[in-house]
Design a protein around this ligand. Structure first.
Ligand code: ADP
Length: 236
């Protein structure tokens, strides 16, 4: 029997609402996936699941997973599929995902995409892929323009969120720094990985007949990009 009941609390209610969806926010590093998936999570009241955030959390805790992935994160190299797949599988087993969820930064390889499709098929949850399309030059400008205050952690961007005084934190006055994984050589590594391993997943999804919504996210501010996402979700 197909699993059409996405949550126990809905049992007995007429099927007036579509079932849970898995939103896959897809795009290059610097495309704004994190920002858009947070906004979408707030709008729909469903969790945003970022594999990058989950991995950084493990590094902060200094546990076995954190120790195993720390160097890869610093170098902008993809973490092993088994590690990431296991983290996502555990996360999707939590009850707050029953009404749907947003994936940010996953899947990033063909093996992850296959794993995801298997997990979703087993739960009867369809995916909706949103591809944030951004010009390469804009991506480079965004990523190389990222600066952080070493005292309070506030993030700036020389392109879109410049500090009031050049090179200094608005709050602390401290000299802004470039984060380790925002160094140019690492940025190049992250973009190459995206081109070789991640972008081809779009073809995999297309071949499997999955829906992919393309959103131009090059020049508009985040709120305007989000309005486009809202419209396509409403009209789909
Ligand atoms: P960005 O999209 O800017 O590269 P993320 O926060 O999504 O940033 O990811 C940071 C790092 O975490 C990646 O460079 C990679 O090392 C690791 N990572 C995140 N998600 C995955 C994934 N799905 N598979 C493998 N490694 C991942």
């Amino acid at each position: 029997m197909p699993n059409t009941d996405s949550g126990g609390e809905r049992a007995g209610k007429p099927p007036d609402k579509p079932q849970a969806l898995a939103f896959v926010l897809f795009g290059s590093p610097g495309s704004g996936k994190g920002t858009q998936s947070k906004l979408l999570g707030q709008l729909l009241g469903i969790p945003q699941i970022s594999t990058g955030d989950m991995l950084r959390e493990h590094v902060r805790h200094g546990n076995a997973v954190g120790t195993a992935v720390e160097e890869k994160l610093k170098a902008g190299i993809l973490v092993k599929d088994e590690v990431v797949n296991a983290l996502v599988e555990q996360r999707l087993a939590e009850s707050d995902t029953a009404r749907g969820f947003i994936l940010d930064g996953y899947p990033r390889t063909a093996a992850q995409a296959e794993k995801l499709c298997g997990m979703l098929a087993a739960r009867g949850i369809p995916e909706l892929v949103i591809h944030l399309v951004v010009d390469y030059n804009v991506i480079i400008a965004r990523l190389t323009g990222r600066r952080q205050c070493p005292v309070c952690g506030t993030l700036y961007n020389l392109v879109s969120r410049a500090p009031k005084v050049s090179g200094a934190c608005d709050l602390e006055g401290a000299k802004l720094i470039v984060r380790e994984d925002d160094r140019e050589s690492v940025i190049r590594e992250r973009l190459e990985e995206y081109g070789h391993q991640t972008r081809p997943i779009l073809d995999y999804f297309r071949e499997k007949g999955k829906r992919i919504y393309e959103v131009d996210a090059s020049h508009d501010p985040p709120e305007a990009v989000f309005r486009k996402i809202e419209v396509l979700i409403r009209e789909r």
